[in-house]
Every structure is written in C-alpha cells, then in structure tokens.
Ligand binder design. Structure first.
Ligand SMILES: NC(=O)c1ccc[n+]([C@@H]2O[C@H](COP(=O)([O-])OP(=O)(O)OC[C@H]3O[C@@H](n4cnc5c(N)ncnc54)[C@H](OP(=O)(O)O)[C@@H]3O)[C@@H](O)[C@H]2O)c1
Length: 349
C-alpha cells in the first residue's frame, strides 16, 4: 500500500520570532512495505513533541547547531525530526513488530521511516496515557528531574525559583521541588497562569514577569532570605536578577534561554561575576541527552511514575490535533499560548 505522507517543513531559515507563515505542508508518496534487505521500521505517528529548541535549528546560524547531533541545522523543504510516539505499521527489524507502540526520534509528519541506529524504544504495556511518555515520564520530566536533583542537588527546605513555570519543563520542576519540601516561586506570562500555579499546583508564589518593571526587586520581595536554587529556562535579564538575589553556594541549572532564542543580536545574559565569585554560585548548563541510559534515568522513571500513580503530580498537557496544526503549535510556544506540555496528535491509536 502507498500513502501520501504529509510533513511540515520550513520555507526558509528563521531568524526571529517564528510565525505560521514560515512553514508549509508538503507531501511525498510512501510505500508502507519495508524495502527488501533493510532493517527499517515504518511508524504511524500518534503524538509529536513541540519543543522550543527546534527554533535554534531553524536559524541561518546558531552556535548550538554544532554542539550535538540532535541540534543540527534544519534544511528548508526537508522533514523536521522530532521526538514522538507512534505505532509500528511495518518492520524489517527483529526487535520491533507490527502494532508495537514506540517512543523516539520521529518527525513532524504522518509516517516516519526509522532507520537502523535511530533511538527508538518500545512502550510495553503502557500503564499511563501514551502522551505522558512525552511529558512527565519523558523528555520534559527527565529534564526537570536531572536539572533539579543532579545539577542543583536541591535539598529539603531550600528556596527555589523557576522560570517559564507554566510550561512543560517548568511546571514539573516546581512540582518536584514542592514534593521535596522546598519553598517554590515561579514566573510566567499571564494572570491566569499565575492563578493556576498557586491554586492548582500549590506553588508558594508566582508572578507575571511581563508586569514587573524591575525583576531584581520583584525577586527580592519574593525571596527576602535569598534564592538557593534557580532553574533557568529563559536567560537574559531574569538570570541576571536571579544571580543578584542568590545565597552563597547557590546553584543555577542553565536549562534554556528562550527569551534569547527569538531576537537576533540580542544581548546575552551577563550575570554579575563578582556575585558569582564571592557568593560561590555554580551556574551549569546541561542537556537532558547527557543523561540518557545513565543510572539517573531509572531513578527518575520510578520516582515520577510513583508520583503520577499516587496523584502527587498534576499532568499539564496542551494538545492540538492534525499535522496541519504543527506550525501554529510551534509558533505559539513563543507567544506563551501553551499551558504544560505542547503536543500535536496526528492520528488516533
Ligand atoms: N537543556 C535541555 O536539555 C532542555 C530540554 C528541554 C527543554 N529545554 C529548555 O527549557 C525551556 C522550556 O522548554 P519547554 O519545552 O518546557 O517549553 P514550554 O515552557 O512548555 O514553552 C515555552 C514557554 O516559554 C515562555 N516564553 C516564550 N517566550 C518567552 C520570552 N521571550 N521570555 C520568557 N518566557 C517566554 C512561554 O510561557 P510564558 O507564559 O511563561 O511566557 C511559553 O509557554 C526552553 O528554554 C527549552 O529550550 C532544555
């Protein structure tokens, strides 16, 4: 059987705020049978992950593009590889059979041909809704867990500040930190998100960064005793203000810098280095992929599954439907449209 496989691509490189008009839908014929002699797997995609880091791959030039394979520059007109979940429809690989549910490197399209060597994992007898394996039990959860517990080594009773707290990674950082007995304050971009963080997720405080003319004094008022841990998802002025308010031996997980992704030539964050030195602050960048296959992964999966099972973590997801909704889902990340993990469901199970 042959299908017309619809995929999303960029029309040209994007250097600035992305919008729907930067993308187009294309299609290519795809045979749903395995080519003789290959170990390919054909996956019908179900959920696709929509992530801010893809914007750095879409740029004409970004230092991120030469860092790791998964951050490589995208080519206009070509498919955009992305993490997702799908169902195997045909397999030339003995480890996978038709109808297996899988998680791994797919693409923003309806079907993906996965070649030997691409990371793909079977989801055997899923205990939770499939989408959770992209959110709390997937990349977002693991990013939050590794940053908070390994990079920042958070301890009970510490004062924790998290930015983009109503987003996918941020909400989980805050929820993990609350479960570890911390005082947690989050920043986000609207009043309704602030209310949700305090009322639904039980954060101690939350504020709308768009309404704070002076981030330094805002943080001073929320942290009269200083910040021990800052989980940074935005970079720029917020990082500078957090460092100015940090306690001696404070730790910063440099997870993302979304406010620096969209403006070409924007001044990068410049935390006060005298503060960093005299307060002995540890600012450390990391990628969740550094942790794949390591001992922390099993610990993360077992602890987080337990929290979800016992209702100790609220799962926040924001799902759009249809491959054609990918451009607006992606552009929406940079307008703050999403609450929780942004996913696109491209087919039914
Ligand atoms: N190091 C790693 O391995 C790793 C892995 C995954 C993600 N990340 C990073 O973690 C961060 C969060 O990713 P995510 O997947 O959880 O995305 P997300 O937070 O679910 O979505 C992005 C959010 O960022 C906020 N935002 C957009 N533009 C902004 C700006 N100019 N200034 C401040 N906030 C802005 C918006 O919420 P508001 O309403 O709050 O504005 C938006 O909802 C990103 O920086 C991402 O690159 C890093």
């Amino acid at each position: 059987m042959e299908v017309e496989n619809i995929y999303v691509t960029i029309k040209d490189h994007i250097d600035g705020h992305p919008s729907e008009s930067n993308f187009e839908l294309r299609s290519a014929p795809l045979s749903l049978s395995i080519e003789e002699g290959t170990a390919d797997i054909i996956v019908k995609n179900i959920y696709l992950s929509i992530d801010p880091y893809q914007l750095n791959r879409m740029k004409r030039c970004s230092s991120s593009q030469n860092s790791v394979k998964g951050a490589a520059q995208l080519v206009p007109g070509k498919e955009i590889d992305a993490i997702g979940i799908g169902r195997v429809v045909a397999s030339g690989n003995d480890e996978f059979k038709k109808d297996d549910m899988v998680y791994g490197q797919l693409a923003w399209q309806e079907y993906t041909v996965v070649h030997l060597g691409t990371v793909l994992t079977k989801i055997d007898k899923p205990e939770f809704p499939l989408s959770y394996y992209l959110g709390p039990l997937g990349i977002s959860g693991f990013t939050a867990y590794a940053g908070l517990y390994d990079i920042c080594k958070v301890k009970n009773g510490e004062k924790v500040f998290v930015s983009t707290t109503s987003g996918s990674v941020g909400n989980l950082v805050g929820q993990f930190a609350k479960l570890s007995g911390c005082y947690v304050v989050g920043s986000t971009g609207s009043k309704s998100k602030v209310d949700m963080l305090k009322e639904k997720l039980g954060f101690d405080e939350a504020f709308n960064y768009k309404e704070e003319p002076d981030l330094n004094s805002a943080l001073r008022s929320y942290f009269p005793e200083g910040i021990d841990v800052y989980f940074d998802n935005v970079g720029a002025e917020m990082l500078e203000a957090a460092v100015a308010n940090m306690n001696p031996f404070g730790r910063v997980a440099a997870c993302g810098a979304i406010s620096e992704y969209t403006e070409k030539g924007r001044r990068a964050a410049a935390p006060n280095m005298i503060d960093v030195i005299y307060k002995r602050i540890n600012i450390r960048g990391y990628l969740v992929s550094d942790y794949f296959g390591g001992h922390l992964q099993d610990e993360f999966l077992s602890a987080t599954a337990d929290h979800v099972r016992h209702g100790l973590i609220h799962v926040l997801e924001d799902v759009s439907r249809g491959v054609e909704s990918i451009p607006s889902a992606f552009a929406g990340l940079f307008r703050g449209d999403n609450v929780g993990k942004k996913l696109v469901q491209v087919s039914e199970f």
